[in-house]
Design a protein around this ligand. Structure first.
Ligand code: CO
Ligand code: ZN
Length: 335
């Protein structure tokens, strides 16, 4: 899967600009599903049709992973060609200093900062700018509204991997790998690659309404508590994919949560339970779609989320695929 993960994480795709990511996913998913469509917002909705199995109730299951990543957007161009910007999604100013950003056309900018009043002053985004190396405003090829993403190559550290945008390209990779490994299923399985998660779960909102699933699982990253002096959290890299119990936006459906945990036990797949104090996922929007959907989340433990260098454990990624294939192969037992 590492080649696929590299291709996906290095692609350009801040919220609202997911086209390049969608093309990559389309190319990989086509031969493993029966239907592919793109909704008006840009969600890529694919369906693998179920083959009825005697004694197993067929359900409509939606798996969701978001294609978009956080980024920055130009808000003002000054007389010398320096670009003021604001955030697209949850960008922390501290992660920007010394960073490079890339625009959709592949051109690069570096982040600079006004002279701080005090030497150790906390950096503020409105005191920063992007320098694209323009000699003056006349020779600048950028304009207000242009969007940029972090620049970082994928690096295989062996057991661990680091890249930008594991949030949530790792979820996209896991859905693709699951579609590839899932030979037959009694369920109609919708692999949905959503847009605009980082700016408010907007793609999940429309795609869930359109798909109208019986059961849904979002696959996304979660934080960990396993780094020096970390905020206490019972999730670690390498201890298995995490089954969400709660985050800031939702309580996972207890039937879905138990179905996932029981299946992991049966398959011998390691897992951990997750209570996340901040943040949420597409599952929040899906859960409250129409008259309500039984929804849960399979989380990939990830360090340094929303920084240009996020980190995951490769075993967690592979175990997530194993668990999803197991879940989709048998009956849905929501207790
Ligand atoms: Co995120
Ligand atoms: Zn995410």
């Amino acid at each position: 899967m590492k080649e696929l993960i590299k291709e996906l994480t290095e692609a350009f795709g801040p919220s609202g600009n997911e086209d390049a990511v969608r093309e990559i996913i389309k190319k990989h998913v086509a031969e493993h599903v029966d239907e592919v469509r793109v909704d008006p917002l840009g969600n890529l909705i694919t369906l693998k049709k179920g083959k009825p199995k005697s004694g197993v109730q067929s359900r409509k299951i939606m798996l969701a992973a978001h294609m978009d990543e956080i980024g920055v957007i130009i808000s003002y161009v000054d007389d010398k060609g320096f670009l003021r910007f604001t955030r697209v999604g949850g960008v922390f100013p501290l992660t920007l200093l010394g960073s490079r950003v890339v625009f959709a056309d592949g051109s690069t900018g570096v982040i600079g900062r006004e002279k701080p009043e005090k030497r150790d002053e906390f950096p503020r985004m409105d005191k920063m700018y992007i320098d694209v190396g323009a000699v003056d405003k006349e020779h600048l090829n950028r304009k207000v509204g242009d969007v940029a993403a972090f620049v970082r190559p994928f690096v295989d550290l062996g057991q661990r991997l680091t890249a930008k945008a594991f949030d949530d390209r790792i979820g996209c990779a896991i859905l693709l790998q699951t579609a590839l490994e899932l030979k037959t299923t009694p369920h109609d399985v919708y692999f949905v690659f959503t847009v605009q998660e980082e700016v408010g779960l907007r793609g999940a909102l429309t795609s869930a309404f359109g798909v109208e699933p019986d059961v849904a699982i979002a696959v996304d990253v979660t934080l960990t508590g396993d780094t020096p002096e970390a905020h206490p959290m019972a999730v670690s890299l390498g201890a298995g994919p995490a089954i969400k119990v709660k985050d800031r936006g939702m309580l996972a459906h207890s039937g879905v949560k138990n179905w996932m945990a029981n299946t992991a036990e049966r398959l011998g797949v390691p897992y951990q339970f997750e209570v996340l104090e901040g943040g949420t996922t597409d599952a929040m929007a899906i859960q409250t779609s129409r008259a309500g959907v039984a929804a849960g989340v399979l989380s990939i433990p990830c360090r340094y989320v929303h920084s240009p260098s996020e980190m995951v454990d490769y075993d967690d990624v592979q175990n997530a695929v194993k668990l999803l294939v197991g879940l989709l192969s048998g009956p849905v037992d929501l207790g």
